[in-house]
Ligand binder design. Sequence first.
Ligand code: FES
Length: 182
Amino acid sequence: MKTRFEVCPAADLGPGERTIADLDGLSVGVFNVDGDYHALKNDCPHQRAPLCEGSLTGLTTADSPGEFEYERDGEIVRCPWHGWEFEVTTGESVFNPHRVKAKTFETSVEDSDDPETVETSEPASAKAGRLDFSTGTTADDADTEEKATTEDDRYGVALAGEEPPVDTYDVDVEEGVVVVYL
Ligand code: FES
């Protein structure tokens, strides 16, 4: 049966980032590649270097002589000792994918067993500016809330027309923690 390890809040590991965790004595690198999480044993199959500490790069390919293309940026980890390269998503080596492979582990994003894990990881700055939808204010507004007596005072502008005077943005909030199963 596999053992479940909570590594870090998903929100703390953005695309292109990695973290290296000691999971019950086993060093494991966890990577966020374009929003998906992947775990590799931090142990190069060549001569056991800390593979996950290597630089992240991409592949240079060529369909014909003299025409190069750089692709899959951030999906390849290069071993810091002798430069062997491995796909972060599969562990397969670039030069010999059928015979040389770094060990990978299953990952997922799940609710934490410890609710404080996610809560305490949130940057103070994020909490300070969060909008409370029930009141239309943020934590920063708390001090000035009591002084607001009219709608103009509260929002600092006079509302006009049918459209609200705000820009809206798509927000992708990653909840839960990154979990690795060994
Ligand atoms: S130990 Fe990784 S390439 Fe040699």
